[in-house]
Design a protein around this ligand. Structure first.
Ligand code: CDP
Length: 205
């Protein structure tokens, strides 16, 4: 079946968006784009001395791979470049054409349901308590050998969340028609099952 169907998944850092997005994309056979990687790739280039707007305009798919995009420093750099209108604008077309690809697409980020794909067929806003999110991210980072304390992760996340939610352009927020999914007390499987049910309900009969 060749459908055109878009799922928008937004929410704050380490709420489970990435894991849920990958799992539902696999379940439905949809393509998946982690839009945070676009901002992280621009952030990394800026840390290496590039101009943010030029870096965003020149981004290539090859820039989105590589383990060094997942560090806390790159996350901070990503949220700093994400404030800039020229950077966000440079990334819009790529995201929208990905969303329109044949066969269905899942995009996760901060502004997918509100700005990038306001017409998405299903929107989810995934959250969890600050402590749960910090614990998950701390486990993920230390598992990769990144030396960081849980308190540092919590601080980094809170700074980034308030910058992301407080910016003028495309702030992080739930779309009015988003399904809210609080994963604080949910296993990955339980959270994924709820996301699948919400998407299933939005699929054409
Ligand atoms: O993995 P995590 O949720 O911590 O972050 P991410 O999704 O990789 O996003 C990194 C940063 O990119 C965020 O803190 C935002 O500042 C920015 N971002 C954005 O502004 N808009 C998006 N659609 C996705 C990410």
């Amino acid at each position: 079946m060749r459908v055109q169907f878009t799922v928008a998944i937004d929410g704050p850092a380490a709420a489970g968006k990435g894991t849920i997005s990958k799992a539902v994309a696999q379940h439905f056979g949809f393509a998946h784009l982690d839009t945070g990687l676009l901002y992280r790739a621009v952030g990394l280039k800026v840390l290496n001395g590039a101009d943010p707007t030029q870096a965003a305009r020149a981004l290539t798919p090859g820039d989105l791979t590589g383990g060094d995009l997942r560090t806390p420093d790159v996350a901070q750099a990503a949220s700093r470049v994400a404030i800039l209108p020229e950077v966000r604008q440079a990334l819009v077309d790529f995201q929208r054409s990905f969303a329109r690809g044949p066969g269905g697409a899942v995009l996760d980020g901060r502004d997918i349901g509100t700005v990038i794909c306001p017409e998405a067929d299903v929107k989810l806003y995934v959250t969890a308590s600050d402590e749960v999110r910090a614990h998950r991210r701390w486990k993920e980072l230390t598992g990769k050998g990144i030396d960081v304390t849980e308190a540092e992760v919590l601080d980094e996340m809170r700074i980034r969340d308030s910058r992301d939610a407080g910016r003028d352009l495309a702030p992080m927020r739930a779309a009015a028609d988003a399904v809210l999914l609080d994963t604080s007390a949910l296993s990955i499987d339980a959270a994924t099952a709820q996301a699948i049910a919400a998407i299933q309900a939005g699929l054409p009969a």
